[in-house]
Write a protein that binds this ligand. Structure first.
Ligand SMILES: [Zn+2]
Length: 49
């Protein structure tokens, strides 16, 4: 089973799923699929996991 979390884009407020093992607490920028903004998980205004 793949663990995921929901990130919220600080730019457009779009919510999208990310792979937890690959991206959570890794310091790797997430890429918003709606506006193309790159941001760290810590910069997301809302995280659901
Ligand atoms: Zn966005």
């Amino acid at each position: 089973m793949v663990r995921i979390f929901w990130a919220t884009c600080p730019e457009c407020k779009g919510r999208f799923q990310c792979h937890w093992e690959e991206l959570r607490h890794k310091g790797i920028p997430l890429l918003c699929p709606y506006c193309g903004k790159k941001f760290l998980d810590e910069e997301s205004p809302a995280i659901e996991e």
